[in-house]
Design a binder for this molecule. Structure first.
Ligand code: MN
Length: 340
């Protein structure tokens, strides 16, 4: 007899349960990156996997740029003049190089490999990011987290965390947000989130216990990595549905493989993203843009950047539409026969 009552942990609002799936073989979608120039005369190109047409968010992670390794010796490297953010947090994580961060809180600090810098935009913040003169190779990720409605106008903030590396079988993990393998980041988040760098030894396999209510994204920086049955190429992001309690990563190459694992409970609010702003409506975006162009106190000032701040691009002629995710399709764990 079939059991018509779905497991509460595996189903979220409006979720469809697909009986063909099981926890043994999680359903994986591959998100391919697209190359995006960051803009400006000495522009860096990044590989963007979020947002994209068929997926806006993974948990509250709403933006994922992966860049490098770029040899910047003899050039200006990364040079992002002061620019604003609203309604989101930025997470900066480097694999190599060094970036100087300045923001309108007065923070001035270095972003280094293995050290997370989390900046909360909230109602409004401005910052500049410039690679230091001694940086020869720049390589890392820039991630954004959408803030939920009740906190999206929170005060601006900046936090720095250096996770201890953890050994898990043939892997080394650094948990910068949330919990994994017994380590928990002390940095508070506004929605349940996971962010970790996981480096797999050559030919290593690791099985991680994960939160069944989370959906996950695995970005491959290097190596030949398989998630469940799905092989990923360089710079691809695997999307894994909620409903699983273990996630197995396999490095099928003879070299170390570096990945970034993201996770979170599905973010069910619709968001509007344009330029560096996250809001809930076209009007939110228009207002944020006007406030930036008018040098409003909303964003504050960045001291010490040798040059002009970025001007906002022109708004599109059309109304900016909200982005939403496809409906959550939870992976269902089969129940043992005879239970109800
Ligand atoms: Mn920024």
């Amino acid at each position: 007899m079939s059991n018509v009552e779905a497991e509460p942990a595996a189903v979220r609002c409006g979720a469809l349960v697909d009986d063909r799936r099981s926890a043994e073989v999680p359903h994986v979608d591959v998100l391919s990156p697209r190359e995006v120039p960051l803009g400006g005369p000495r522009s860096m190109t990044v590989r963007r996997t979020l947002p994209q047409r068929d997926r806006t968010l993974i948990g509250a992670w709403c933006f994922a740029d992966h860049y490098g390794p770029d040899d910047v010796a003899g050039s200006s490297g990364m040079d992002l003049p002061p620019h604003p953010h609203t309604g989101l947090q930025t997470v900066s994580w480097l694999f190599s190089g060094e970036v100087e961060h300045r923001d309108s809180l007065g923070t001035r600090g270095l972003i280094r490999p293995g050290e997370m810098n989390l900046m909360t935009g909230g109602y409004g913040i401005a910052h500049a990011e410039v690679s230091t003169p001694r940086t020869t190779v720049i390589h890392g990720v820039q991630l954004w987290v959408a803030l939920p409605e009740e906190h999206r106008n929170t005060a601006r903030d900046f936090q720095h965390h250096v996770p201890e590396p953890l050994r898990i079988d043939g892997a080394e993990a650094r948990v910068f947000l949330g919990s994994l393998a017994g380590d928990t980041s002390p940095v508070q988040t506004f929605t349940p989130l996971l962010g970790a760098e996981i480096v797999l030894a050559p030919r290593a396999a690791v099985t991680l216990a994960v939160d069944t209510t989370f959906e996950h994204g695995l970005l491959v920086d290097s190596g030949d990595v398989r998630v469940a049955d799905t092989r990923l190429r360089h710079a691809e992001m695997a999307y894994v549905d909620p409903g699983i309690d273990r996630l197995t990563l396999v490095n099928e190459s003879e070299d170390p493989a570096r990945t970034i694992l993201l996770g979170g409970t599905p973010f069910e609010e619709e968001i509007v993203m344009w330029w560096n702003f996250v809001g809930r409506s076209h009007d939110d975006i228009v207002r944020a843009r006007e406030d930036w162009q008018a040098s409003s106190d909303r964003f504050g000032a960045v001291e010490g950047y040798p040059g002009n701040r970025l001007a906002a691009p022109a708004l599109p002629n059309a109304v900016i539409r909200p982005r939403r995710n496809p409906a959550v399709v939870a992976t269902r764990r089969p129940r043992p026969k005879g239970t109800s």
